[in-house]
Design a binder for this molecule. Structure first.
Ligand code: ADP
Length: 482
């Protein structure tokens, strides 16, 4: 049985700021059900301490060297929902914000990477593979192949890119100081990128295999400027780079049993969805005609999510007869804009600024369409959750959106959503109008598209099989030596 240590900065149900946390829960769970021995290691964030302290046991603690100083390292553990978690504990680094930003965040996660490698001998299992995620874990493959090469010659590494925009750029002096990195690694073929040390690059260069969260995004980051400067180094890894699409936990997101919903439904009987729509209208004070379609967005408010297109097309969208609901938080410019929009279109545009899991679920269930016109999208989970709830996604064909939404084809009568390609408000409105035509004039087609979306397989099982193949190629005997 292959043994995998999954390394992440956040994981559901312990702490979540974005899709990485969903994946760090659903993927280990799917791998466990395929028989792999997968455990998760992450920082012991304050929120974890507050909620779970009574369940957590100490494994060991020690004083470790961190550059010229010595610092405390605690290793703790507990099991939840069948998953074994290990925690790297140090109040100075993880007693506050999960991501502190800037140099402080760089140092937080340099410590985390050191901590994971120092903790390995104390775990009650010896992983064949360390599966690292995003730049916060990027120094692990580097340290493993350099400073720990003699200690762990047979341990494989997989590095998964969830969003290449965030790279962990640090001053080399700080990295050299905190992690004792010799200057000879500060070159463009190793750690240097555009004048800084780059922890995302460390993962890309030194891991045995590099994956990202959808095949289309894998192509885009190698071949286009979406690689955010990493195209060349990714291309140099050739076939070691691949895309494996994320899934969702289909038990967790199930309109037939979701406790957050006022009524339940499934693909065979959508009556409950109408009840959810009523509840959604009440929750957001929507006064549009009862038959008006509801287009929703549930999103971080950041330019990546295509909000500039929505801003540009907002009057056209609200003038189309549809109602609009948005749940999100993030950049102030968008928060201000959407607040004003709800004032301008009372009863037609409902806006809730903030993060709220229960509301998210009511919106997924009660809406007719989910708008996701992303500028780029490594995978995206919202469109898959929406499909599961019979809410057809309207997406821009990029990254994982292109891989998970089969666009409506009016000649072949196929699809499970709607899509447009050019990043333009005009093209977005064309497809929104097409969507609304189907909604108003072709109910049988609408029913068919909804059924296609709801019965689509979004489980992590198929992707987990692909990860297993990847792990198997690395460990224990087939590991690629660099
Ligand atoms: P990203 O990771 O880029 O934010 P994803 O689509 O991969 O985007 O994942 C976003 C996840 O966070 C989804 O589960 C979505 O439902 C959830 N989400 C986003 N914004 C909110 C919010 N304001 N309130 C509740 N859930 C949210």
């Amino acid at each position: 049985m292959i043994k995998v240590l999954f390394v992440a900065s956040e994981a559901m149900p312990l702490v979540k700021t974005g899709g990485l946390a969903d994946v760090a829960y659903a993927l280990p769970k799917a791998l466990l059900s395929l028989g792999a021995d997968v455990r998760v290691i992450m920082p012991k964030h304050r929120a974890i301490k507050e909620k779970f302290e009574h369940l957590i046991e100490e494994v060991t603690h020690a004083t470790i060297r961190l550059g010229w100083r010595e610092t405390y390292l605690g290793l703790q553990t507990f099991e939840l929902d069948g998953i074994r978690y290990y925690f790297i504990d140090n109040e100075d680094y993880f007693g506050g914000k999960i991501y502190r930003g800037g140099d402080e965040e760089n140092e937080q996660y340099m410590f985390f990477c050191r901590g994971v490698l120092e903790a390995l001998p104390y775990l009650d299992f010896k992983p064949d593979v360390l599966h690292c995620n995003d730049w916060h874990t990027g120094m692990i493959p580097f340290l493993l192949r350099t400073q720990y090469a003699d200690a762990y010659p047979d341990t494989g590494t997989v590095f998964t890119i969830h969003n290449i925009k965030f790279q962990g750029q640090a001053k080399f002096d700080i990295m050299a100081d905190v992690l004792s990195v010799p200057e000879r690694y500060y070159t463009p073929s190793a750690l240097e990128q555009g004048g800084s040390a780059n922890m995302m690059k460390a993962g890309i260069v030194f891991a045995d295999r590099v994956t990202t969260v959808s095949p289309t995004y894998a192509r885009e980051i190698v071949e286009t400027e979406l690689g955010m400067g990493m195209q060349g180094i990714l291309a140099s890894r050739g076939a070691d780079v691949s895309g494996i699409v994320n899934g969702i936990d289909e038990d967790e997101f199930d309109p037939a049993s979701d406790p957050a919903l006022p009524a339940h439904y499934d693909a065979a009987d959508l009556k409950g969805k109408r009840e959810c729509k009523k509840a959604l209208r009440a929750a957001f004070g929507l006064k549009a005609e009862w038959y008006a379609p509801i287009i929703c967005m549930i999103t971080r408010l950041t330019s990546q999510k295509g909000l500039d297109l929505v801003r540009e097309a907002a009057d056209g969208l609200l003038g189309s007869g549809a109602a609009f609901v948005l749940l999100g938080s993030g950049d102030e410019e968008y928060e201000v804009f959407f607040n004003k929009l709800s004032e301008k279109y009372p009863g037609r545009a409902g806006v809730y600024l903030g993060y709220n899991e229960e509301r998210a679920r009511l919106i997924y269930a009660g809406s007719d369409f989910l708008l996701m016109p992303s500028l780029f999208e490594p995978c995206g989970l919202s469109q898959m959750i929406a499909q599961r709830y019979g809410t057809l996604p309207i997406v821009r064909s990029t990254g994982g959106l292109a891989d998970t939404v089969d666009p409506y084809n009016k000649y072949e009568k196929t699809g499970d959503g709607f899509a447009f390609a050019p990043y333009s408000a005009h093209d977005m409105m064309l497809v929104i109008n097409l969507t609304l035509d189907v909604y108003r004039e072709d109910k049988p087609m609408l029913r068919q598209l909804r059924a296609n979306a709801m019965t689509k397989n979004h489980s992590f099982a198929a992707s987990a099989e692909e990860y297993l193949k990847l792990y198997g190629a690395l460990a224990p005997s087939g590991k690629v030596k660099k």
